[in-house]
Design a binder for this molecule. Structure first.
Ligand code: WQD
Length: 334
């Protein structure tokens, strides 16, 4: 089977491409490198020893996308390409709606024209609102608190209506919690182009002395130590979740939605202290004001993914901390 991976040079896209090739799939990567680097393509080839075609393009560009489908027999698509910075989405919502919705609509149109109807969608825990105890089930209320999360929810509505109109589609919506970590080789990992919005990429830059201090956004939340609690999942476990989703679609058509997390919450301070201990490195921090839109606690109910996909995250928070730092140390010179 040949799978098109949009955003395949990105953090989760590149790790999923590695797992697809390891699992025996053929892949084609498309990416516009707006938040990734072209050199990731060769690193995926180096890790797997496999070759594949890749195209530099914007998924919103229908003509370029059609060319990919004309030149390759695409059997399914995993759609990662999209903007994903929560803070930036509040500052520039129109750019987020244009890019994230337009890319999904364009892709679905071209897929339909080429009778390609297996689709795995990169959604986010951001579609959930504040649940009473922070635990998110797939049928929990959906109330995003930022435009990024709204674009993911609107895309989910599009997919639900598409399936209602034509049940020959096979669609899996995967809601990611907090992906961190890196491939054990240290060749690929999370390397945002600008100042990181997310916690782990910021921690590693403080540890490697690129930044002098981590600002912990609030220590008065109703949590074990007052800092925010999240469900961190190793990016390799998350990537394997996509293989499980494709296996589901190889058995049956339908529309399926799953949380991808570990089912456990970890606080900011717990993550910082684990990172320092595992890597034997200091991470200086100070407490500052809360960040707008943050919730106290957010973690996944992972029952459905286990029961229906046979998916269970295996890597520990120590693995995530070790692999995140290993990636930075291996690429510091670059
Ligand atoms: C985690 C915790 C912050 C940075 C977002 C998206 C979500 C997903 C993951 C894409 C919170 C605290 C953070 C910092 C801090 N991305 N923090 N100082 O907000 O849970 O989720 O990224 O799908 O969709 O919403 O992740 O890493 O930004 O924050 O104290 O410099 O770390 O307050 O408690 P978040 P995060």
């Amino acid at each position: 089977m040949k799978i098109l991976v949009t955003g395949g040079a990105g953090f989760i896209g590149s790790h999923t491409s590695v797992e697809l090739l390891k699992a025996g799939y053929e892949i084609v990567i498309v990416d516009n490198y707006s938040n990734s680097s072209p050199d990731v393509i060769d690193k995926i080839k180096k890790i797997t020893g496999k070759d594949f075609k890749n195209y530099e393009l914007d998924v919103c560009d229908k003509d370029s996308l059609e060319k990919v489908f004309e030149e390759n027999q695409i059997d399914g698509v995993i759609h990662f390409a999209g903007f994903k910075a929560v803070g930036e989405s509040s500052k520039n919502p129109v750019m987020y709606y244009r890019n994230n919705i337009d890319s999904t609509l364009t892709l679905l149109e071209v897929m339909k024209q080429h009778n390609c109807k297996k689709f795995v969608f990169s959604s986010s825990a951001c579609v959930y609102g504040n649940t009473s105890d922070g635990k998110c089930c797939e049928d929990s209320p959906l109330a995003p608190t930022n435009p990024y999360g709204e674009t993911k929810l609107v895309s989910e509505f599009i997919l639900k209506d598409l399936y209602k109109s034509d049940n020959s589609w096979g669609i899996v919506i995967l809601r990611y919690f907090n992906p961190i970590g890196a491939h054990e080789s240290g060749l690929i990992g999370e390397n945002p182009k600008d100042i990181p919005n997310n916690l782990m990429p910021y921690i590693v830059r403080v540890a490697s002395k690129e930044y002098d201090m981590l600002h912990i956004f609030g220590n008065d939340y109703k949590t074990i130590d007052g800092t925010g609690v999240r469900d961190y999942i190793h990016v390799v476990d998350l990537s394997i979740g996509h293989i499980k989703a494709l296996e589901k679609l190889n058995k049956e058509n339908g529309l399926f939605t799953y949380n991808l997390g570990t089912g456990h919450g970890v606080s900011v301070l717990e993550l910082v202290n684990t990172f320092s201990k595992v890597n034997n490195v200091e991470v200086k921090y100070e407490f500052t004001a809360r960040r707008l839109g943050d919730v106290d606690i957010n973690y996944a109910d992972v029952t459905k993914a286990y029961n229906e996909l046979g998916f269970k995250a295996t890597k520990t928070i120590e693995d995530m901390c070790r692999d995140s730092y290993n990636y930075v140390l291996k690429n510091k010179s670059n």
